[in-house]
Design a protein around this ligand. Structure first.
Ligand code: HEC
Length: 145
């Protein structure tokens, strides 16, 4: 019996740590995305002056990050277990999740192709990007603790 308990505990440990790196990596990508959006939001809020070069730099960094998102590599089956807020819905409805990723890639690529040239345009651009984040998070992220 003791042996069985040990085996089960060990298995539980393996299943929560097996995807630790994958989870940490995708969270780091998300944090980097949030950092770039943060640069834009500060301008929208008037905390920093509008700066077209800084806008393009932030959008380019965001887009570079986003184009690298690979659902199969970053969201392997089973990686909803562990220190993650990824929702099981990612694996229940992979087509919709992939569509959200594709939309994200299109929105950031479009933004780099036509970066905001003034504050009003930036407000609209940040709004569009923010909606893309929110739309995916709403369905595919769970709130924990
Ligand atoms: C295609 C879906 C999708 C889009 C679009 C998306 N996210 Fe996420 N985001 C996720 C998922 C899934 C997680 C949970 C990852 C995990 O914990 O394993 C997450 C987690 C995060 C986190 C928490 C990371 C951590 O350290 O736990 C931040 C911050 C974040 N996203 C910011 C953003 C921002 C900002 C945008 C838009 C620029 C964005 N996300 C767009 C799916 C998305």
């Amino acid at each position: 019996m003791k042996k069985l308990v040990f085996a089960v505990t060990a298995l539980a440990l393996i299943s929560t740590t097996a995807f630790a790196d994958v989870i940490a990596d995708r969270q780091a990508v998300m944090k980097a995305n949030a950092k770039e959006v943060g640069v834009l939001v500060k301008m929208v809020k008037g905390e920093n002056p509008f700066d077209a070069a800084a806008v393009l730099a932030a959008l380019t960094a965001l887009n570079d990050n986003v184009q690298k998102i690979d659902v199969a590599a970053s969201f392997p089956a089973g990686s909803d277990k562990g220190d993650t807020t990824a929702s099981p819905k990612i694996w229940e409805d992979p087509a919709t999740f992939q569509a959200e990723v594709d939309k994200f890639k299109k929105v950031t690529a479009d933004a780099v192709a036509a970066p905001a040239q003034d504050l009003d345009a930036l407000k609209a651009q940040v709004g569009t990007i923010g909606q893309t984040c929110a739309s995916c998070h709403e369905t595919f992220r769970v709130k924990k603790g």
